[in-house]
Ligand binder design. Structure first.
Ligand SMILES: [Fe+2]
Length: 171
């Protein structure tokens, strides 16, 4: 389950309903999907490309719903692990404040990752995603992303147009 931490006050929120409400209030979508359906052999390790399709199949009902609700047309699986080649280079693209012209839509399958979002006119907050957490950060929303200290995440990504998912850096 996700953990929200407000940057200024250090207040944390861990209740699923409260997280969804707090994020909806600042324009960010949040849901939880059951990860217990994920076959045991796909857990707690990096995944080969051939196994990523099995992850998409496991969450097909939710992905199809999101595609019809949000207009997303493609889904893929990204697996970042300590042994991923060029991991630091990849992470350095997204740990500075940026936006995309495409929604950033992610479902955390295993591992953890932190989105820091910067809503206009209010406190920035860290959203630590854990297995089962789905997030939708709208296009043009200022944010950062980084892994936790264990540097492990497997996530499903949904796109309208993957070409729109380029980082545009902002101050
Ligand atoms: Fe991003």
């Amino acid at each position: 389950m996700a953990v929200l931490t407000y940057r200024k006050t250090k207040t944390t929120v861990t209740d699923r309903e409260q997280i969804a409400k707090a994020l909806a209030d600042i324009g960010i979508g949040f849901e939880t999907w059951g990860v217990e359906r994920l076959p045991e052999h796909l857990r707690s390790r990096n995944l080969a490309d051939t196994e990523k399709q099995d992850v998409l199949t496991a969450f097909k009902p939710e992905l199809e719903r999101m595609k019809s609700q949000g207009g997303y047309v493609t889904a893929d699986v990204v697996s970042l692990w300590p042994d991923t080649p060029n991991l630091d280079v990849m992470l350095a693209k997204f740990d500075k404040k940026h936006l995309h012209t495409e929604d950033e839509v992610r479902f955390c399958v295993q591992g953890r990752g932190v989105f820091t979002v910067f809503p206009q006119g209010t406190d920035a907050l860290d959203i630590e995603l854990r297995p089962g957490d789905f997030i939708s950060v709208p296009a043009n929303y200022h944010h950062e992303f980084r892994l936790c200290d264990d540097r492990k995440i497997t996530a499903i990504r949904l796109f309208r147009d993957p070409a729109g998912w380029v980082a545009h850096y902002v101050n």
